[in-house]
Ligand binder design. Sequence first.
Ligand code: CMC
Length: 431
Amino acid sequence: MSEPTRTATLTLDGKVINLPVHHPTIGPDVIDIRKLYAEADVFTYDPGFTSTAACESAITYIDGDKGELLYRGYPIEQLAEHSSFLEVCFLLLYGNLPNTAQLADFESRVRNHTMVHEQMHYFFRGFRRDAHPMATMVGVVGAMSAFYHDSTDINDPWQREVAAIRMIAKLPTIAAMAFKYSIGQPFIYPKNSLDYASNFLHMCFAVPCEEYVPNPVIAKALDRIMMLHADHEQNASTSTVRLAGSSGANPFACIAAGIACLWGPAHGGANQAALEQLREIGTVDRIPEFIKMAKDKNSGVRLMGFGHRVYKNFDPRAKVMKESCDEVLELLGVHNNPTLQVAKELERIALQDDYFISKKLYPNVDFYSGIILEAIGFPTSMFTPIFALSRTVGWISQWREMIADPTLKIGRPRQLYIGEQQRDYVDVRHR
Ligand code: CMC
């Protein structure tokens, strides 16, 4: 841990408590309160962790006011323009961009693990056909620990490495299988001559009776979507993975926990919810009615795909995603799609509205990703699984960073208890 550079002083009932202040490489200083309870007999209260740094990390940095996102120091805009998803995976996992030989070796290692254990095909068949693909993914990824026993020992660095590669390689296969199962089509095995994104498109859209050739422009757009979602600091699902992992749970179980957390509409489920909301709005003339509801707290309606806990200026991922969206729609000749028209008008109106301006609510990455994914041909139920397979590398990088830290402790928050004080049991006849 960085050496403290300053000291913060807390005075409580006349007692002075000195708290070391750590200085990160970038970002706000961090007051170290680890000894606070022992010294002052108080906890800190921060529901939603709005002011809490839960760990040290060297992977991803976000400056919400500047709208900046860096993976290992590299701006997301540069990576989205010049890099590829697998190169970004290498960067997140190992800390630096690979040279040509390292990248070729990494790609080949991932390629060697794209198939899933054949027995897993039968496991899929236990699910109802109408199950949401995220429900299936939570189950199947959790079940990977039942199929890959040789990579569940978290104390063995080699097993941790194999588990990481297996998950990056197999998550697209599992997501595609969940999709195929839900539409009653046969599973399509991975085709390792294809690049990562094309392979996923192939597993989703090919059928055994016809030739399917993935469109390289679509594959590039999908690859970019994956890069933009690859990691995002200590968000809800990543924190879930870390918390699950802090108990020593195996990596497959931890990633399944992350997938479960990601599913919620406030997090990764927002891409599905945003597109469904655009469809519900239906026509441009209904937008004012929806904006009115979104501003009324009692309506229970929020504009999905708007707002972010950290970004209070703009979401840099949304900027890149918007450009990609325009490119893909142009390529596919989608101009008069009603959902797209509603999206564009909704964005225009919301960005001029005092409510959204004053609360710093801007379109986030999920606002545009759904439009692209729909244009590519994915049903809304596949939007969050695609987010999940893209975020897997971030989860696993954060998990590896945590496990390798010799000071790792089980995550165990405390609480502000507001329940009954101790009272005596009363026999049921006397209540
Ligand atoms: N529509 C209308 N009002 C909103 C919205 C919205 N989308 N988002 C926040 N607000 C209001 C909220 O009512 C609150 O008002 P007030 O201060 O008067 O009480 C204020 O803005 C702050 O909201 P909050 O819920 O305290 O903010 P948060 O940081 O806890 O929540 C968020 C962030 C992303 C959960 C929230 O903006 C939201 O629910 N957005 C819609 C869901 C969404 O698009 N999620 C995807 C996030 S990006 C992808 C990812 O990282 O997973």
